[in-house]
Every structure is written in structure tokens, then in C-alpha cells.
Design a protein around this ligand. Structure first.
Ligand SMILES: *Cc1c(COP(=O)(O)O)cnc(C)c1O
Length: 425
């Protein structure tokens, strides 16, 4: 039996904080009857029992597992917890965060369609849009988070997705998600938000997004133990059936699946054919992470503010919207009241100084990951963005001396001491 979460719906979503999710998540991951820790369904296929049941499963009349590429009971449990968390109607777990992005795009786009990508952007997503989807005839237009008028006027009849990240990684620019959702609603384009950096802190579906997705590899699992991703979908409402552009090509599936159409569409038009399916073991790891996610998020978000303030006072060139001089400081205070995740950046001015800082630090782990229990650091220009030309790097805010830091669970004063010492040597 799973824990009844319906009481949460009576609360105003904006009033929720990390503390409220502690009850929801610990209780919904565990069971009151039988196995307390979720079972890992270690089976690629599932026996149907009878020929008739097999037919019913394939026709979606019987709700039973078909084959692990199309869904697995362990992943299904993660999907229902995440759907509840984000206020969606359903979710689909994937092999990785990129798997979730690819699934969403491949399920909604065809050759000739266009994407509008705002802010950010995670290097993998940027390459997927600019190099891979372009080979399939899908064009992406890139904008900064504050170019609302340009975004509005770039939308045309081929625009199917507006994509944004809740926090620009690594430029730390914050989008006004609600203002962007107003534009996508007006123009009937699907808004997809990559909320990897701010789970629970930002609830994109409540702000008007259609789909929210995550790399669960990051803070959700939280300890570098498992690669995974997930997309959470909003319910299709009656009014969506009569509107033109947003879901024009989903008419058949909307008529058949109603509310669940976006979920079914992702499974049928992407997961089934591309196979970016989640492994049961990774879904289990993600659920273990969810149990402590509120605690870890609260700790890390306050550590980030504390560290950034101290380093700024010591004269390091730190970028984070909690600093009063940051362009998005007001937006940080009003829309990101619980913080904006584990990241901040330091610009050391040159590649050489950045390298010496990273090599001198005793606490930082040099790796491309973020959202780990340990504090991680990486020089941006020579790694994730090494293939990018100077124009692309400028757009994404990648300077020669830029180091991205993802704060972990260590004592924040220890981190401050280590960073200050390493930057002086
Ligand atoms: C890491 C990351 C991804 C990709 O996730 P993987 O699990 O590595 O495939 C997508 N978006 C953001 C914001 C990320 O940080």
C-alpha cells in the first residue's frame, strides 16, 4: 500500500518548502506492508499468464508490465512518486537525463519543426539541439532568458517546443518561468523545463510548463551511484483537444488516451523505438536519493549562499544570484526562495590560474558531474565546452578562467578555507 498524498493538494503549492517534502518523499518511497525498501524488478520480460491477458496488455486494457523497454515495475514506482512531486499526471523514467530530453523531443517533433531554446545551456543539450537534431531537419533558435520579445517574435507555425533550464548552467542566469509560460500558452507551443538543478525548489508544471524533466544522475540520486533521467507530463485537458498548434499532431493519441496522452505519446513514439529506457536498478537508486533529497537540498542551498558570500567578500570573482550585485538577484529572492541549487562559478581570469586552483584544492573532486554529496569542480572551457567555438562560448558565458563548482555536503567553512587556500597558492 502506498502512502496517501492527497492532503498535499490542499496546500498552496508556492507555500511548500523542502521541509514539507520530507514527509511526502520518505513515506512514498517506503511501504507499510511487505518490503519497506522498494523491490528491484530484475527482469527484462514479464510472463502474461494467458493468451487473452497478453492481448489485453498489448491493447493497454490490462495494466501490467509488457516488456522492460516499455516500462518496469521499479521504474513505475519512481514515475508515480515524481509525478506526484511535480503535480503531473504521469512520468516516464529514462536511461539518463539526455535520454529524457531525447525522448521528449523525439516524441513531439518531426522534420521541419523548430525549437526555441532559452538560456543555459547544459553542453549535452546544446550539442543535441545544434548538431544532432539539425541532422534530422529540426532547427533550434537560441535566446537569453531575458529576450522575451525576441522569443515571442521567433515563434512561428513550425515551433513545437520552447525549452529552458530552471537555472543557467554554468552562466547562473535565472529565467522568469511564469513569464515565458505566458508566451508559450498564448502561442500554443509546448514548454519543456529541465529542472535538474532545482527539484522541489521550482515547480514548472505549476508555473505553466507542459513537461518537466530531470537528470536523476545529479542531486536526485545525489552520490554518483546511478545514471538516470525522467520526464513528468501535465494532464491533457479537454480544451487542449480543440486548440490548434500545440498538440495538433497528437489528435489520435489524445482521443484514445485523454489525460494521459503525453505519457502514452512519449512511450509510443520514442521509448518504444529508441529504447532510452531506465534500468530498474537506477530507478531504485533514484528513489533512495529521493528519501533524503529535501534534507540534502536544504543543507546544500544554504551552504552555497554562505560560501558564495564569504568568497565574494574575500575578493574572488564569484557568480551566483544570491549576491546583491547579480543581475538576477531580485528574481532569486522572489522566485527561488529556497535557493537555486548546488552550483556557482568562479572566474580565475586565465586557464593557468584556474588549473592551479583545481590542482591545489584538497577537497574538490575534479569531474563533469554536479549534485553530488562531495563538492565537485571543473574548468569549463577545456572540458565540456572544448568543442565549442568562441561565439558559442560567449553566448553560454564560458570564459577562459571559468571554474564551475557544485557544492556538496561537507562543512561549508572547510570548503571556504580550502577554496581560499587553493586560489592563493
Ligand atoms: C547532467 C545534465 C543533463 C544530462 O543528464 P545525464 O544524466 O548526464 O544524461 C541534462 N540537463 C542538465 C541540466 C544536467 O545537469
Amino acid at each position: 500500500m502506498s502512502y496517501n498524498l492527497s492532503y498535499l493538494k490542499t496546500k498552496t503549492i508556492n507555500m511548500k518548502n523542502f521541509e514539507d517534502y520530507s514527509t511526502q518523499l520518505t513515506q512514498s518511497v517506503g511501504s507499510k506492508d511487505g518490503l519497506v525498501s522498494p523491490a528491484i524488478a530484475n527482469s527484462a520480460s514479464f510472463a502474461y499468464g494467458s493468451a487473452q491477458i497478453a492481448e489485453d496488455i498489448f491493447a493497454a486494457r490490462a495494466k501490467r508490465p509488457l516488456y522492460s523497454r516499455m516500462g518496469n515495475p521499479t521504474s513505475a514506482r519512481l514515475e508515480s512518486i515524481m509525478a506526484e512531486l511535480d503535480g503531473g499526471v504521469g512520468a516516464v523514467a529514462t536511461s539518463s537525463g539526455m535520454g529524457a530530453i531525447a525522448m521528449v523531443c523525439m516524441s513531439l517533433l518531426k522534420s521541419g519543426d523548430e525549437i526555441i531554446s532559452i538560456g543555459g545551456l547544459f553542453g549535452g543539450t546544446y550539442s543535441f539541439f545544434s548538431e544532432t537534431l539539425s541532422r534530422f531537419g529540426v532547427k533550434t533558435h537560441f535566446f537569453d532568458v531575458d529576450e522575451l520579445e525576441n522569443i515571442s517574435s521567433a515563434i512561428n507555425e513550425n515551433t513545437k517546443i520552447v525549452f529552458l533550464e530552471s537555472v543557467g548552467n554554468p552562466n547562473m542566469r535565472l529565467p522568469d518561468i511564469e513569464a515565458i509560460a505566458n508566451i508559450t500558452t498564448k502561442h500554443q507551443v509546448a514548454l519543456v523545463v529541465d529542472n535538474t538543478i532545482t527539484p522541489m525548489g521550482v515547480l514548472p508544471l505549476q508555473l505553466g510548463a507542459d513537461i518537466v524533466l530531470y537528470s536523476t544522475t545529479k542531486i536526485i540520486s545525489g552520490n554518483s551511484s546511478a545514471l538516470g533521467g525522467i520526464a513528468v507530463f501535465r494532464a491533457i485537458e479537454d480544451e487542449d483537444k480543440f486548440k490548434t498548434t500545440r498538440y495538433a499532431e497528437l489528435e489520435k493519441i489524445i482521443n484514445k488516451m485523454g489525460k494521459m496522452a503525453l505519457v502514452a505519446n512519449a512511450k509510443k513514439r520514442a521509448l518504444r523505438d529508441f529504447g532510452m529506457s531506465a534500468s530498474a536498478h537506477s530507478s531504485y537508486q533514484a528513489m533512495l536519493g529521493l528519501e533524503t533529497l529535501p534534507l540534502r537540498s536544504e543543507r546544500i542551498n544554504s551552504s552555497v549562499e554562505f560560501i558564495v558570500k564569504a568568497l565574494n567578500e574575500k575578493g574572488l570573482n564569484v557568480n551566483h544570484p544570491s549576491l546583491p550585485t547579480n543581475v538576477h538577484h531580485d528574481r532569486y529572492n522572489t522566485n527561488f526562495t529556497q535557493g537555486c541549487g548546488t552550483l556557482f562559478t568562479i572566474d580565475f581570469g586565465s586557464k593557468q590560474s584556474a588549473y592551479s586552483f583545481l590542482d591545489n584544492s584538497k577537497l574538490l573532486t575534479i569531474t563533469a558531474n554536479i549534485g553530488d554529496s562531495r563538492t565537485l569542480g571543473l574548468h569549463m572551457a577545456s572540458t565540456i565546452y572544448s568543442d565549442f567555438n568562441s561565439e558559442q562560448k560567449e553566448f553560454l558565458g564560458i570564459t577562459e578562467g571559468l571554474v564551475r563548482i557544485s557544492v556538496g555536503l561537507e562543512n561549508p567553512q572547510d570548503l571556504i578555507n580550502d577554496i581560499l587556500t587553493a586560489s592563493k597558492e
